[in-house]
Write a protein that binds this ligand. Structure first.
Ligand SMILES: [Zn+2]
Length: 204
């Protein structure tokens, strides 16, 4: 691990310096002083002197595990409503799975502030994306590229059928929850009796 740290530091700082000299770095107000080359080189040197710690993790067992892992994060919110059990006296009580303890479901109580703080850690900064498609799946390419790829694969290709279903059926399939089931008594069926007006009347 130590030699990995050294090697990583060398390569990282080397590439950083290279990008700087190629004028590829954007140095906004806060770090504008590094537009001065002398200052930047001194900064890189100071980073060299520090001992770096490189964290490496055992690789995933295979593509299935990668999908399994990523799938939990890519299309979901950090916590779903049904895991929140109660909110009172500025305390939020919710369920979580303790992976260290054979995935047992446990409950945790946090102050509202702490809960919100932890939740907000999962909100991406502006302009950050959870998923960026590239290559033949990038938005610009996918229409023609996927068509072409299918042609090239030939007539034997099995294209997955698009599932025709309502949003209610989709939620049932994906989450196992019946959206029309009364959340209060868990027995009654909810029916739509009236829609909200599309636009609220202008209050001015
Ligand atoms: Zn009910």
């Amino acid at each position: 691990m130590q030699s990995l740290s050294k090697e990583f530091k060398k390569r990282y700082l080397g590439l950083l310096e290279k990008s700087y000299l190629n004028d590829e770095l954007f140095l906004p107000d806060k770090i504008a002083k590094y537009q001065n080359q002398r200052a930047f080189i001194d900064f890189i040197r100071s980073l060299f002197k520090i001992k770096w710690v490189t964290y490496a993790k055992r690789p995933f067992a295979g593509p299935e595990q990668v999908l399994e892992y990523l799938g939990r994060y890519t299309h979901r919110v950090a916590i779903s409503n049904n895991r929140i059990k109660s909110i009172d006296n500025n305390q939020v009580c919710f369920e979580y799975r303790d992976r260290a303890d054979e995935n047992t479901v446990k409950t945790l109580k946090l102050s509202a502030h702490e809960f919100i703080r932890r939740f907000l850690i999962h909100v991406l900064p502006e302009n950050f994306m959870k998923i960026r498609y590239f290559g033949f799946l990038s938005h610009r390419n996918k229409n023609w590229a996927v068509k072409l790829i299918r042609q090239l694969i030939g007539p034997d290709i099995i294209v997955p059928q698009k599932i025709e279903e309502t949003y209610l059926e989709m939620m049932q399939r994906l989450t196992g929850r019946d959206l029309l089931c009364c959340p209060n008594c868990k027995k009654g069926r909810m029916t739509i009796t009236k829609g909200l007006p599309k636009q609220y009347p202008d209050s001015s």
